[in-house]
Design a protein around this ligand. Structure first.
Ligand SMILES: [Zn+2]
Length: 282
């Protein structure tokens, strides 16, 4: 690589970092978000779990579930002595579980990324506008329905490549140290945005994009009531922080298909509980 190319590449990376600070990272990063000041030491998801694994009532298991148990060793999963990290056995599954415990393989890149035909809060045709084909189709239907119902939505940030997440995370580590960075940014491989099945949304004005104030808006309420009809779930619901490992994020939607989405909505549960995976909060 020539020095000139190297500089160009660095510039591209730098701009990517500026662009992709979304979702779990944007809440606390830099401390310039209103929510950052209200929750000092925002890792406050360590309260004793009221819902240990194996919660009664979360017995149904979809056939496509990942294998949140030692059998995933066949994938080369597992790291460290406490078994706290495992690699998803089926990263391409629509119902793949990705959280602080389960990660995607480092080499994984979705093979069917497309640009959903919906409004985003930005105009550029760039990486974070992409989603996997099935999720993108469902998103288009959901956005159209929301608009019809008077709750027009806009995309904020969808797909994020492993390299983008790595760049982003490393930047936070340099700035705040690894322990602090882990509290507000997903470790590379552990962000749902890398699946191509997750998207942060806002109202069509872009106000409260990936911020706490999105909660309580008509658009957020519409999503609570209807997202499941299109195969999406509010992935990090209120009051489930000790299970999902994340604070309430009314803007972060995850596509899981209509069957699982309806089940999760009906049972008022989380993906972790539904899949009988252990709580991941640390
Ligand atoms: Zn998100």
């Amino acid at each position: 690589m020539t020095p000139k190319k190297r500089i160009t590449r660095l510039l591209i990376l730098a701009s990517a970092v500026a662009l992709f600070a979304g979702c779990e990272s944007s809440k606390e990063a830099g401390g310039n978000s209103p929510s950052a000041t209200s929750t000092p030491g925002t890792s406050a998801v360590t309260s004793p779990s009221a819902n240990p694994s194996g919660t009664p009532g979360s017995t149904s298991k979809p056939t496509t579930s990942p294998t949140p148990n030692p059998s995933s060793k066949e994938t080369g999963a597992g790291k460290g002595t406490d078994g706290s990290e495992q690699v998803a056995a089926k990263p391409e599954s629509m119902t793949v579980l990705v959280n602080k415990q389960f990660k995607l393989p480092d080499s994984y890149k979705p093979s069917d990324l497309v640009y959903p035909d919906v409004n985003f809060v930005f105009a550029e045709k760039i990486e974070k506008r992409m989603m996997r084909k099935e999720a993108a189709g469902a998103l288009e239907k959901m956005f159209a329905a929301a608009k019809n119902d008077g709750a027009p939505l806009a995309g904020v940030s969808a797909y994020r490549s492993h390299s983008t997440q790595t760049t982003l995370f490393n930047r936070y580590v340099q700035k705040d140290g690894e322990a602090a960075a882990k509290k507000y940014s997903a470790v590379p491989g552990h962000s749902e945005h890398e699946t191509g099945l997750a998207i942060d949304v806002s109202g069509s004005t872009g106000k409260c994009a990936a911020e706490d104030c999105f909660g309580g808006t008509p658009e957020a309420k519409w999503l609570e009531d209807h997202a499941h009809e299109y195969g999406f779930i509010i992935r990090y619901p209120k009051g489930k922080e000790s299970i999902t490992g994340y604070q309430y994020e009314p803007w972060h939607l995850r596509y899981v298909g209509t069957q699982m989405a309806k089940d999760i909505k009906t049972k008022n549960t989380t993906m972790e509980e539904y899949l009988n995976a252990v709580p991941v909060a640390k």
